[in-house]
Ligand binder design. Structure first.
Ligand code: MN
Length: 183
């Protein structure tokens, strides 16, 4: 296990436990709210299981908070470390969630050929992609769009969507607009 993975599990586990304690809810109640099983939530908190990005989205939506609240190192306000999900994408927070704007920005790394499926995000969420390097496909609205370095797209992300890294993979900025005052 690499250093990034170790940091990630620690950070996510601590964030989940702290947020659940702040809300004053049990694991059972958290399971009801998020659709993630009580057993899985407990395993994440004890660092016995590595959550997928899909599971983290479920937790953030169920708790009514942005994704970055789970990924963010408490002591880190900018240039935070990347979170690498085993066999999946790597995520680095560029701008943590801004409550005034209702916006967070990540830098996402897709490996060559890597396919990443995302379920529908919370209603009204708009997503931006801006390709920093490499090339990728975006699957949304029943169409596939190829995006290369410097290209951008904005789309309604409250529907299933997917990304694929092309030959050399891709690094892209990914902004989530939850809406002003969402959380
Ligand atoms: Mn998405």
């Amino acid at each position: 296990m690499g250093l990034l993975s170790a940091m990630r599990e620690d950070t996510i586990a601590q964030n989940l436990r702290r947020i659940r304690n702040e809300k004053g809810i049990s694991l059972s109640r958290a399971a009801d709210q998020t659709g993630v099983s009580k057993a899985m939530l407990g395993q994440i908190e004890r660092q016995e299981s590595s959550p997928t990005i899909a599971t983290l989205w479920k937790i953030s939506q169920g708790f009514g908070m942005p994704l970055s609240f789970l990924l963010q190192e408490v002591t880190c306000t900018e240039s935070c470390g990347a979170v690498r999900f085993p066999g999946s994408i790597s995520v680095r927070i560029v701008f943590p969630y801004d409550a005034m704007l209702g916006v967070e920005t990540f830098e996402i790394t897709l490996s060559p050929g890597q396919f990443h499926q995302s379920e529908a995000h919370v209603a009204g969420l708009v997503e931006d992609i801006f390709v920093l390097s490499g090339g990728m496909e975006l699957h949304v609205d029943e169409t596939e769009r190829q995006l290369s370095q410097g290209q951008a797209v904005r789309f309604a992300a409250d529907q299933p969507h997917a990304y694929r890294g092309l030959d050399e993979g891709a690094v892209f900025l990914n902004t989530h607009y939850y809406g002003r005052g969402a959380f």
